[in-house]
Ligand binder design. Structure first.
Ligand code: ZN
Length: 148
């Protein structure tokens, strides 16, 4: 188990150091900003929706390793999915980081690396910030998302 935990930490660190899809998306037709004042995480998420499907997605901003890795993996996981599929993933991810999931980690794929976050309630906000931001972007909300 400790090996697994180390592996998970490695994956999170690797994503935070070299975040995927870290760029502006000039053609994005949806965009939202998210803040986590408790930690100082602040990201902008760009989403290019083709009808109901995420054609492209990217993010920019700064934050702790967990928030950045979460944003990086979110963009990888959500690209190509429909809004409903993204929402379903969000629900499962929330359960995972709150420690409420009951063994459906397989469906979360690489997002399972965040399972340890449930032991650190403060970090749950870091991990979920970008997901809340995604929902705001998909709903076309103009107001910035805040975890507080
Ligand atoms: Zn954070």
């Amino acid at each position: 188990m400790s090996d697994l935990r180390e592996l998970y930490q490695d994956v999170i660190l690797e994503h935070s150091k070299a975040p995927r899809n870290y760029r502006e998306l000039p053609l994005a037709n949806h965009k939202a900003e998210g803040y986590n004042p408790l930690c100082g995480d602040h990201f902008t998420l760009y989403v290019d929706l083709d009808g109901d499907r995420v054609r492209d997605i990217s993010f920019q901003g700064s934050g702790c390793a967990i928030s950045k890795a979460s944003a990086s993996m979110l963009t990888q996981m959500v690209k190509g999915k429909t809004k409903a599929e993204a929402q379903e993933l969000f629900d499962k991810f929330l359960q995972l980081v709150k420690g409420e999931g009951n063994g459906n980690q397989a469906e979360l794929g690489k997002l399972a690396v965040f399972s340890g976050v449930c032991e650190f309630p403060v970090r749950v906000k870091c991990a979920t910030l970008v997901w809340h931001t995604l929902r705001a972007a998909l709903e076309g909300k103009q107001q910035a998302v805040s975890t507080e």
